[in-house]
Write a protein that binds this ligand. Structure first.
Ligand code: NAD
Ligand code: MG
Length: 401
């Protein structure tokens, strides 16, 4: 393949759903990049050790200090058994950010961490000049202005099926030719349910996504439609459009990954069977195309694709996110941080399924909610986030929801 030789990859979140699929892509297409370093939370030591042996990174970072010893021992023993050299192992969130900023313009960072902890590594990667393949949508939701200001044109390539689809549909389209974006949503496992039926939902039911296999937070977010809400904001920042030009439509088959409607009334769609390796490979190899990367659609058998409006009366997550985006000034950071706390509380049995968006609304409407001005920078945002997390936890334990 032309254009990618010698590129080095830093992979943040290597043991997750996106991270493991990214290494799959690298194994099949070694010409795309060589793994320079990986970062993980630390909960799956055996998988990290297998990855180290298979890809021989020079640097490994474990963000959770309590898990670092176990990961280090597992890697060391696997390397000794295989006669391989042991990579440099660093510990802590600062080391993750340091790794994210370690390479230069010819290289690529894939940020596949879950949650707003991905923001500082995102900013470090942008500052280094490396291409940023961005799965961690939370960093764009929480720090949209900071990220777009730090990014050079074309530096951020989205790794999210909807946004990857839109980026592909926009090839050859000028910004002033866009009328609006149409983000598709599977509708999640509870499409068609009423609020009464949602009141009884358990974590196990929320984890049964109809079309995608993903990490726990994003799967729960898909059930509440918070994921789609975050994706509306992600699209606003990624493609520089206001929220009222980003529509959402339910498409249960997850084949049309999103669309762009142009000013002349034409709609351009990107379609392929649901497989995140398509989005990952697209972002890593762009502008090259990887032959055989994922299965293509087969039109020799009958199929039907359906589209329907979102039931916004039952699922209020998207409307709340639109309001947060219109307001700006840290409201999106509050939205996301509260959701992260709410998902944890839902799994701990301390919050109901409907309580998740009720909590987001309550924290957003809190009379003492601080604002973050642009001038406050990343510290201002992190302070607002910390306030949101504290307030969310207080509301959860006060049993007002
Ligand atoms: P996951 O929970 O499966 O994996 C998260 C990974 O991040 C794990 O390797 C974990 O060890 C690591 N991690 C956690 N905290 C870390 C930290 N502080 N530093 C370094 N590593 C850390 O999540 P996922 O489903 O792979 O999703 C990752 C991101 O990609 C999320 O932002 C998600 O919204 C986005 N995304 C995922 C999919 C998907 O299909 N899974 C699709 C689109 C977007
Ligand atoms: Mg998506």
């Amino acid at each position: 393949m032309t254009g990618t030789h010698g590129r080095r990859l830093v992979l943040l979140g290597a043991t997750g759903s996106i991270g493991t699929q990214a290494l799959d892509v690298l194994t099949r297409y070694p010409e795309v990049a060589r793994l320079h370093g990986l970062a993980v939370g630390g909960s799956r030591p055996e998988i990290v050790a297998d990855q180290v042996l298979a890809h021989r990174p020079e640097r490994v970072v474990v963000s959770d200090p309590d898990r670092a010893d176990a990961v280090e021992a597992t890697i060391a023993s696997a390397c000794r058994t295989a006669g391989a050299s042991i990579p440099r192992i660093e510990v802590g969130p600062e080391a993750v950010t340091d790794l994210a900023g370690a390479l230069g313009a010819q290289d690529v960072v894939l940020n596949a961490i879950t949650g707003s902890v991905g923001l500082l590594p995102t900013l470090a990667a942008l500052e280094s000049g490396a291409r940023l393949a961005l799965a961690n949508k939370e960093s764009l939701v929480v720090g949209g202005h900071l990220v777009t200001e730090a990014a050079a044109p074309g530096q951020v390539l989205p790794v999210d099926s909807e946004h990857t689809a839109i980026a592909q549909a926009l090839a050859g389209v000028r910004h002033d030719q866009i009328d609006h974006l149409v983000v598709t949503a599977s509708g999640g496992p509870f499409r068609g349910r009423s609020r009464d039926q949602l009141a009884q939902v358990t974590p196990e039911q929320a984890l049964a996504h109809p079309t995608w296999s993903m990490g726990r937070v994003i799967t729960t977010n898909s059930a509440t439609l918070v994921n789609k809400a975050l994706e509306v904001i992600e699209a606003c920042f990624q493609f520089d459009l206001p929220e009222d030009r980003v529509q959402v439509v339910v498409h249960p088959q997850s084949i049309v990954h999103s669309m762009v409607t142009l000013v002349d009334g034409s709609t351009i769609a990107q379609a392929s069977p649901p497989d995140m390796r398509h989005a990952i490979g697209w972002a890593l190899a762009h502008p090259e195309k990887l032959p055989g990367l994922a299965a293509a659609l087969d039109f020799t058998t009958a199929q039907s694709w359906t589209f329907e409006p979102v039931d916004e009366d039952t699922f209020d997550a998207i409307a709340l996110a639109r309001a947060a985006h219109r307001e700006g000034g840290g409201a999106m950071a509050v939205y996301n941080a509260t959701n992260e706390e709410a998902v944890d509380a839902f799994f701990a049995g301390d919050l109901t399924f409907l309580g998740i968006t009720a909590l987001i609304r309550a924290v957003l409407e809190h009379p003492e909610r601080p604002r973050a001005e642009r001038a406050d920078g990343v510290e201002g945002l992190l302070a607002v986030e910390a306030w949101a997390r504290r307030t969310a936890r207080t509301l959860i334990t006060s049993a007002e929801l």
